[in-house]
Design a protein around this ligand. Structure first.
Ligand code: NAP
Length: 315
């Protein structure tokens, strides 16, 4: 589709760039957190949101690279409002510290972009002894979102503006283990498969957004939650596989989306007026798309919520 650039019902296609989908949108007065803003899709998302006037907090684990990215963006967009804060999603202590500092800073929160991710890592445990891809891609974001929810709810109520939570998932969710989420084998190294474990964590991103959306509707809260596949883009995501990363970067120039195209769906779901009131959907190429049947399973989403709550104990 990106080759032919066929437009979907939104009027955008796989060829649309983040700047194009956000063109003319006034985001001034909005505050966003973008996780994993130091590289790839997260950096481009930060730039485009900031170019629309959004105050962006780059939530990153490496302060030095975060500051460099911020300086580069400010050179291009001198009036960009960007701050850098430390967040390591593979550590619940770091997530709690970030949320506590953010909430006590007095900053409001309109948009939460859960973008950071690792892919196909060898079997590793997080600082809290949980398989690294599930811990980083899902659990860290689950805890972060829960700890920021009161702030988002207050902001939505006081500003009378819809809050939006955007989970950057992947088409890779189709490659999750057969049962979807291996609740009883989350740390089983003997049957660990790098791609299936990535798929499991990306399936969790969709289920998380869906369950959030269900809860917001039940509570009558003015916040939406959606998930998306950004496309296949040559970024640093395959860093754990040097040869494949090199090949992807080379082939990517010709056959994959570029990074401005890769950030388009995120910026569309975060900012575009067409998405107002739309919640619990999965997007691809800046249009609503259909995820796997496991991703649409509401009981699985509830089970994952309870499992994640138990592992993170956010109170
Ligand atoms: N690229 C694709 O083709 C593709 C396809 C489908 C989905 N996605 C999804 O898109 C999202 C962004 O990926 P990308 O392609 O832009 O990859 P990327 O260039 O590797 O960026 C990933 C970002 O996540 C951050 N990150 C990783 N572990 C973290 C942790 N423990 N705490 C905080 N931040 C952490 C990285 O920080 P460091 O720089 O410090 O490592 C980096 O800023 C991911 O969720 C990925 O699954 C990408």
């Amino acid at each position: 589709m990106w080759i032919f650039g066929r437009k979907g019902p939104s009027g955008f296609s796989a060829c649309s760039t983040a700047m194009e989908v956000a063109q003319g949108i006034d985001g001034s007065g909005l505050t966003a957190i973008v996780t994993g803003a130091s590289s790839g899709i997260g950096t481009e998302t930060t730039k485009v949101l900031a170019s629309c006037g959004v105050h962006v907090i780059m939530a990153i684990r490496n302060v030095e690279s975060g500051k460099k990215v911020k300086e580069t963006i400010i050179k291009e967009i001198p009036d960009a409002k960007i701050d850098v804060m430390v967040l390591d999603l593979s550590s619940m202590a770091s997530v709690r510290k970030f949320a506590s500092e953010y909430n006590s800073s007095g900053l409001p929160l309109n948009l939460l972009i859960n973008n950071a991710g690792v892919m196909a890592t060898p079997f590793m445990l997080s600082q809290d002894n949980i398989e690294l891809q599930f811990a980083t891609n899902h659990l860290g974001h689950f805890l972060l979102t829960n700890l920021l929810l009161d702030n988002m709810k207050n902001t939505a109520r006081e500003n009378q503006k819809e809050g939006r939570i955007v989970n950057v998932s992947s088409h890779g969710h189709h490659f999750a283990y057969g049962e979807g989420i291996r609740f009883d084998k989350i740390n089983d190294s003997s049957s660990y498969n790098t791609i299936r474990a990535y798929g499991q964590s990306k399936l969790a991103n969709i289920l998380h957004a869906n369950e959030l959306s269900r809860r917001f509707k039940e509570e009558g809260v003015q916040i939406t939650a959606n998930s998306l596949h950004p496309g296949a883009i040559a970024t640093n995501l395959m860093r754990h596989h040097g040869f494949i990363q090199g090949a992807v970067n080379w082939v990517g120039k010709y056959f994959l989306k570029n990074i401005p195209q890769g950030a388009a769906t995120t910026c569309y779901v975060a900012l575009h007026p067409q998405v107002k009131g739309v919640s619990g959907e999965y997007f691809s190429d800046s249009n609503i798309a259909k995820p796997s049947s496991l991703a649409a399973d509401a009981d699985l989403a509830k089970k994952l919520w309870d499992f994640s709550l138990n592992l993170t104990d956010p109170k």
